[in-house]
Design a protein around this ligand. Structure first.
Ligand code: ADP
Ligand code: MG
Length: 277
């Protein structure tokens, strides 16, 4: 990254705080379009004919019983499944109209489509270095700019006040909830367009969970978010769209209000009313 790029990046990080940036009506294509996606692990078909689109600024919740393909689907969106032997996909995943399974720079794809995992996974280094690591790998050298980027990212992840006096301390010394916000800050530092979160609160206590949910409410002003959750109340609290998965199929996808109060498919109704799961 040249110093210019970093300047621009920092500027955008500090300025992009209004809804405006993501809701520009001038953009033609959706943020993400998935068309007829099938995914196989060897002979086993884990995703069946998925069609999906994500608009800028959406928070989409993926719900459904364990083993129905939610994490698998999430991984198709930044090609994390490339790392799984015997995994094969057909169909298309378009990011702003470009098929991410064509020859593209996968490192750049994963910068644009960041990921936060179920169990917080800070690197074994200081709080500061956790955030600076990715940008440094991309060429950031300037100390002052690095410090600004770290501060901005931690502020946006609502953890700055808790860590500003101990940036040199080990990230692993933080609580689980703080570690998860640190991981969100680490993702933000790369200036992603989309943040994928795979059950980001399932390892956290209710208070830490509430803070992450609040944070999602802030982050959606700048980033599109796709969140796997098995807590239905979480889906209804934080998302504006919900997709219900069952046995590798996306059975229903629509506005969260409609999916929860007036589902079109009997199987969705059965699931959200707790008849199975
Ligand atoms: N790496 C893998 N290799 C083979 N099968 C897998 C792999 N990951 C997931 N699966 C299978 O794919 C299905 C969907 O899994 P997953 O996407 O993890 O579901 P969910 O996140 O909804 O619980 C399950 O049957 C699971 O056993
Ligand atoms: Mg999963």
């Amino acid at each position: 990254m040249s110093e210019n790029t970093i300047d621009q990046l920092n500027e955008r990080l500090s300025e992009r705080s209004s809804d405006q940036a993501i809701n520009q009506p001038t953009e033609q294509c959706n943020k993400v379009d998935v068309k007829n996606l099938d995914l196989f692990y060897g002979d086993f078909q884990a995703l069946k004919q998925i069609n999906f689109s994500l608009n800028r600024g959406d928070v989409t919740a993926l719900i459904g019983p364990s083993g129905c393909g939610k994490s698998t689907f999430l991984r198709t969106l930044n090609r994390m499944n490339d790392l799984i032997p015997d995994c094969r996909i057909t169909g298309e995943v378009l990011l702003e109209g470009e098929n991410i399974y064509n020859q593209i720079d996968v490192v750049d794809l994963r910068r644009r489509v960041g990921m936060v995992f179920q169990k917080p996974n800070p690197f074994n280094m200081s709080i500061f270095d956790n955030i600076a690591y990715g940008p440094r790998m991309q060429g950031l050298r300037d100390k002052r700019r690095t410090a600004e980027l770290v501060e901005n990212s931690l502020k946006k992840a609502a953890i700055w006040d808790e860590v500003k006096d101990r940036l040199k301390k080990q990230a692993h010394a933080l609580s689980g909830g703080q570690q998860q916000r640190l991981c969100i800050a680490r993702s933000i530092a790369m200036e992603p367009e989309i943040i994928l979160m795979d059950e980001p609160t399932s390892a956290l206590d209710p208070i830490a969970t509430g803070r992450i949910e609040e944070l999602i409410g802030e982050l959606k002003k700048e980033f599109s978010i796709i969140l796997v959750t098995h807590a239905m109340h979480q889906a209804s609290r934080v998302s504006n769209k919900t997709a219900f998965f069952l046995l590798g199929e996306m059975v229903e996808y629509g506005s969260t209000g409609a999916v929860f109060t007036n589902p079109r498919d009997k199987r969705t109704e059965d699931y959200i009313s707790g008849r199975f799961g």
